[in-house]
Design a binder for this molecule. Structure first.
Ligand SMILES: *Cc1c(COP(=O)(O)O)cnc(C)c1O
Length: 467
């Protein structure tokens, strides 16, 4: 009987309550959603799970709601204290960079068109000119990411059969299982490892050079740090060796910074300009780590070397799209004015915060929570992340959250599943929301997420939580 009373898709489409959904979703999408909804109802009736049928308006509403599932990729508030968090999309863009990407996305642009001559132009000229100005390089090139920059450099400069000499202390795994040795051999070059894990001298490189050698490679250790009985050849020593033996020196700087970092971090990451001044032929680095831009891999160096990369067939496969280029150019433009860069580029702004600013933000969040749960401002240690400044703490303040009867993991999950999601970190068995990576403007959203999470937990376990 119930099955017979199920409305048809046609009658639901013509129902007055379907008008809004029809205009926002379109006929095809709503039809499919109604079919799915009716199929579920039919299954429920047959399984004896439905004593009566919802009315037409409710069926339409359920079908429309099923179409407006949140996107899989969505906004997250980063309360981990890790500034450049690869799993959370690395650097958030500066406002002007995000606006430039959005404007380019919506309209046509002179991506490969010279407005002066009206002829074909070359992609990325703006970003390349800014990179040269910021690093002192003769030429520059931007590709999809730093892994792509390394792949292109090795393919163009060290083809099949060529030997690339690298220290055993620098055979780095970047993360996600990607290893520098694999990138080198991908292009057909042969990897020649020299030295030991903890000590590699200039003489080790010199002894490994054969007629097949074409490249000396230096790799930033990025995500780990060696302490104790260690030695490495300096860039200028390697540059001298490369020059006398007719080889090229490639430096994978990893994060790469254009200017000295704020405060106590200043001495810890070499700049791209310093690498080039030491005599490196080509430097590769990421745009979305400490540089604070969109995902891209940047190459800066001698014009003749960069040209060999530009002409390589792989370049076409690794090139940047217009939105990324627009965001990159805007970010690099900010870097030409260091005080503005420090204020407007989120990564630099986060790393340059004072203790007082961080403490005030933690207190403000505690006050916003109005005792909905236990919240306490505590000292914390954040990190630059993204393979920059490994092992180096960035002093911060966090809000330690607790809900009686609820484990930190359960509370963390409840916060992660809010909209927007809030991602903290568990430290010493407690959930911390680190203020290093949360902006003042995000505090109301963080507080709202905590209220909603606590309410949800109370519904799930009535009687276990305080009123
Ligand atoms: C991060 C990193 C890379 C990879 O950069 P992506 O931009 O993530 O591709 C390569 N080398 C080093 C040393 C790094 O730190």
């Amino acid at each position: 009987m119930l099955l017979r009373r199920l409305p048809s898709v046609q009658s639901l489409l013509q129902h007055p309550s379907a008008a809004d959904a029809l205009s926002s979703l379109g006929h095809a999408t709503l039809t499919r959603a109604l079919r799915d909804e009716l199929a579920q109802l039919r299954a429920a009736v047959l399984a004896g799970r439905a004593a009566h049928l919802p009315d037409a308006a409710r069926i339409v509403a359920a079908a429309a709601a099923a179409c407006s599932q949140p996107a899989a990729l969505r906004r997250v508030i980063n309360a981990t204290g890790i500034v450049v968090h690869t799993n959370l999309g690395r650097a958030p863009l500066a406002e002007v960079a995000a606006a430039a990407a959005a404007e380019t996305a919506r309209s046509a642009c002179n991506l490969e068109f010279d407005l002066q001559t009206g002829r074909r132009g070359s992609r990325g000229v703006g970003a390349e000119a800014l990179l040269c100005r910021l690093t002192g390089a003769e030429a520059a090139l931007a590709v999809n990411n730093n892994a792509a920059a390394m792949l292109l450099a090795l393919a163009a400069l060290a083809g099949p059969g060529a030997e690339v000499v690298v220290s055993r202390g620098e055979l780095v795994e970047i993360g996600g299982g990607f290893r520098i040795p694999d990138i080198i051999t991908q292009g057909g070059a042969r990897l020649v490892e020299v030295g030991t894990t903890n000590r590699t001298r200039l003489a080790d490189y010199a002894a490994a050079i054969t007629p097949q050698t074409c490249l000396l490679l230096k790799v930033h250790q990025s995500n780990f740090r060696m302490v104790g009985f260690t030695a490495e050849a300096s860039l200028s020593e390697l540059a001298g060796l490369a020059r006398t033996r007719g080889l090229l020196l490639l430096d994978d700087l990893g994060s790469g910074t254009l200017a000295r970092l704020p405060g106590s971090l200043a001495q810890l990451e070499p700049t791209v300009r310093e690498s080039l001044e030491a005599g490196t032929d080509l430097v590769a680095f990421s745009a979305d780590k400490l540089l604070g831009g969109p995902q891209a891999g940047l190459l800066a160096g001698r014009a003749e070397v960069v040209d060999r990369l530009r002409r390589h067939p792989l370049m076409r496969a690794l090139r940047l799209d217009k939105m990324t280029l627009a965001a990159l150019e805007a970010t690099l433009h900010l870097h030409t004015n260091p005080p503005r860069a420090a204020a407007d580029i989120p990564v630099l702004r986060m790393l340059g915060q004072s203790a007082a600013e961080l403490a005030a933000r933690a207190e403000r969040l505690c006050a916003l929570l109005d005792e909905v749960c236990t919240a306490e401002a505590v000292a914390s240690a954040g990190h630059a992340g993204g393979g920059a400044l490994p092992g180096q703490d960035v002093a911060s303040r966090a809000v330690r959250l607790a809900v009686p009867g609820c484990s930190p993991d359960t509370l963390a999950r409840a916060l992660r599943t809010q909209t927007p999601a809030v991602v903290g970190r568990i430290h010493d068995g407690c959930l911390l929301l680190d203020m290093l990576t949360v902006a003042d403007a995000e505090l109301p959203d963080v507080a709202a997420a905590i209220f909603a999470a606590v309410a949800g937990l109370a519904d799930a376990a009535p009687g276990q939580l305080p009123a």
